[in-house]
Structures are given as structure tokens and as C-alpha cells.
Design a protein around this ligand. Structure first.
Ligand code: KIV
Ligand code: NA
Length: 265
């Protein structure tokens, strides 16, 4: 059960060993996810939707991300813990980007940060890397840019966008990012990117030709019935399990079945 490092993930790609990743936003789930053997845990800004109930990832703040990340790093013993830099904390100014990344490392005990984008945020990535902070890239569907694209549909289906994505991926590799997330792009393109870069490509809705996979924990465990993209495989139906348990509890309280004689002092 040796600790996963960024170097180890790169070695796994070289060996052809697939990398299993999931999100977590809290201590309890992160403990379970880590114990089950996931290689990388992402404190995603999807917490904005999943934990805070926002419609997009844009409103979540750096302070909120740090609070979520603290619970995760307190729990995790083996997986590499990566934290998303939220919208507005890294794009315009590389010094602000470094300050944001430093806060996540220092206050939350993260081991790496993830940023959305390619050439547009090159300076920010470079400056964060100069501080010895590992950076994970994120290309394809980048939810922080939803207002630019207007939809959460598959990205890079057209030649020009696919070419830019390939260039961005090569740039992230050359800059020294330790891994790249590819979200919702055609499988053939994702496979081509994975073959062109030296670091692991972690896919979500990017097919099987990449070096690893990531899903949002609450989605893959079936905690919400509303979100059903084609790429999502459900490994449990926790929404049904939780609803049944809570309903029984309510019933037991109402009809005074709970607590019984053995459940009191
Ligand atoms: O925020 C998130 O959960 C993510 C993953 C889906 C890659 O960025
Ligand atoms: Na994210």
C-alpha cells in the first residue's frame, strides 16, 4: 500500500497499467474510496454542483475548495490527492495562479492542482510548476468555460478544435504537467492524444484508449437519478438504498418502533 506519487502515475503509463481515479469532497467518502484502492482522488470543483447545489462550477470559491480538500487529505493514506483550482483563481494572472495553488498545497495539504485549459493559461501553469507544485491539465469539455461554449456536449468533433486540443496536450506534456484529464471528446482523438504525450491521459467520456479513467463518485454510485450521460456506468443505486433506509426510519419514529427497549439507557 505504498503512497501514489506523480512519478508513479507516469511509470504506470509506461508499464501500460491503467490508472483508476474518482472524485471525493469529504473525509468519510474519501476514506472509503482510498481504502478501495483508487490511485488518484480529485477534489473536483464539481463540488459546486454536487455538494453546494449550484447549476455550474463557476460560483465555488477557493476557500470552499480548501475546506472540502482538508477533509479529503485528512482521510487519504494511499491515493494521490489533486485539487481543482476554481474559476477565476488562475486564468488572468500567473502570480495569482501561483498564490491560489500555494494556498491549496499549504492550507489543505494537497499534492497537486488541476487547471482547465491549454495555451490560454500557459504562463499560469509554468509559474505554478516553478514552485514545485505538480499540475494536472484538463482539456476537451472544460465546465468552467460553459458560458463560452453554451452546452456540455461532446467537444473537438471538428477538425480545427481537435487539432488545437492535440497541440494543447503536447504543450502541457512539454511544460511538465504530470497528467492530463480529457473530458467528453471522441474516443479516437483521445487515443491519439494518449499516444502522443509521455504523461498519463485520464479520460471521462473519452473512451478506452487512454491511460486511466475518472468519474464523479456520486454519479458512479447512483446517488442522483437525474444525470445519465452515455459515458456514465453506475456501480450502485445508492439513491434507492438511502431513500429506503430513511423512509423506514421515518416510519419507525412515527409508529414509535424506534427506539426500542434495547436502544435506550
Ligand atoms: O470537477 C470534477 O469532478 C472534474 C472531473 C470530472 C475530471 O474535473
Ligand atoms: Na473540475
Amino acid at each position: 500500500k505504498t503512497k501514489v506519487t506523480t512519478r508513479r502515475l507516469i511509470e504506470m503509463k509506461r508499464r501500460g497499467e491503467k490508472i483508476a481515479c474518482l472524485t471525493s469532497y469529504d473525509f468519510t467518502i474519501a476514506s472509503l474510496v482510498d481504502e478501495a484502492g483508487v490511485d488518484l482522488i480529485l477534489v473536483g470543483d464539481s463540488a459546486s454542483n454536487v455538494m453546494a447545489g449550484n447549476l455550474t462550477t463557476l460560483p465555488i470559491t477557493l476557500d470552499e475548495m480548501i475546506t472540502y480538500a482538508k477533509g479529503v487529505t485528512r482521510a487519504v493514506k494511499r491515493a494521490l490527492v489533486v485539487v481543482d483550482l476554481p474559476f477565476g483563481t488562475y486564468q488572468g494572472n500567473s502570480k495569482e495562479a501561483l498564490a491560489s495553488a500555494v494556498r491549496v498545497m499549504k492550507e489543505a495539504g494537497a499534492e497537486a492542482v488541476k487547471l482547465e485549459g491549454g495555451a490560454e493559461i500557459r504562463e499560469s501553469i509554468e509559474r505554478i510548476l516553478t514552485a514545485g507544485i505538480p499540475v494536472m491539465g484538463h482539456l476537451g469539455l472544460t465546465p468552467q468555460s460553459i458560458n463560452k461554449f453554451g452546452t456540455y456536449n461532446v467537444r473537438a468533433k471538428e477538425e480545427a478544435e481537435a487539432r488545437k486540443l492535440e497541440e494543447d496536450a503536447r504543450m502541457l506534456d512539454e511544460l511538465g504537467c504530470f497528467a492530463i484529464v480529457l473530458e467528453k471528446v471522441p474516443a479516437a482523438l483521445a487515443q491519439r492524444v494518449a499516444s502522443q504525450v509521455s504523461v498519463p491521459v485520464i479520460g471521462i467520456g473519452a473512451g478506452s484508449g487512454v491511460d486511466g479513467q475518472i468519474l464523479v463518485f456520486q454519479d458512479m454510485m447512483g446517488m442522483n437519478h437525474g444525470f445519465s450521460p452515455k459515458f456514465l456506468r453506475r456501480y450502485a443505486d445508492l439513491a434507492t438504498v438511502i431513500n429506503a433506509g430513511v423512509s423506514r426510519y421515518v416510519e419507525d419514529v412515527k409508529n414509535t418502533d424506534f427506539p426500542n427497549a434495547d436502544e435506550q439507557y
